[in-house]
Design a protein around this ligand. Sequence first.
Ligand code: BTN
Length: 268
Amino acid sequence: MNALSKQNICKHLNHSDDTNIIIHDCVESTNDIARLLGVQGAEQGTIIIANQQTMGRGRFAKCFFSPPDSGLYISIVLRPKFDISKFVYVTMAAGVAVVDAIKLFCDVEPRLKWINDVILNDKKICGILAESRIKSSDGSPEFIVLGIGINVIEPKGGYLTELEHIAGAACNDGQEVDRNKLAALIIDNVLDKVIDMDEACILKEFKDRLGTIGKRVVMVKDGVTLEGIAVDVDSTGGLIVKGDDGNMHCLEHVNSSIVELNNENKSE
Ligand code: BTN
């Protein structure tokens, strides 16, 4: 696996003039570094990339396994002009950006799993964690840190035992992989989508790449476990599920997750 380098990323990057890329070999969490820089006033387009993380974080305070020489761990500082209610569109845009970049780069067809996972062959190959710092004056976002973690190839030592059946890699073992080029593609895709955000377009692109629609899902809503068929995503990023109880449910993206069941049921 080739080494990460700012020079080699910028060679492929359309947005090289409005980004500042900082590469680290090993950090605890690129999101933490980006957040610190954000607090210190770092501009939109400040991007931290690491070869390894020792305390990579996911949603619900879960660890994100981030071994060396096999993945891409990227955090992008954004200073959006939009209202915090549109925050979810950053996660959706990032999902679309990653799916499109991996499709082009690895010649595979990954799908999104609502709301922040990228799946290939039923395995998670990427997770997305967007975090915001809110202005106390008016509640608008001061900055957002968009964190993207991708398993590009399988790590040398394999995955942690508890991840063996869940985690996978974007590219095949023997595939010649240039992480710098993939990083550039992802960054360009993300910035193209979030700088002048077109919400309707992002929602459509997100739904087009979403594998969750038509699947049986299990979710917990208001402390109650429900099962049903995922039918749509609304403009707030909520997942609309036709429950087995006969009712339609909207699962808000904040603090919610689902389990997709294997038996697809597209006819319902
Ligand atoms: C998830 O799976 O719930 C989200 C995982 C997000 C992982 C990325 S890796 C880069 C950035 N730094 C972190 O600590 N987390 C994000």
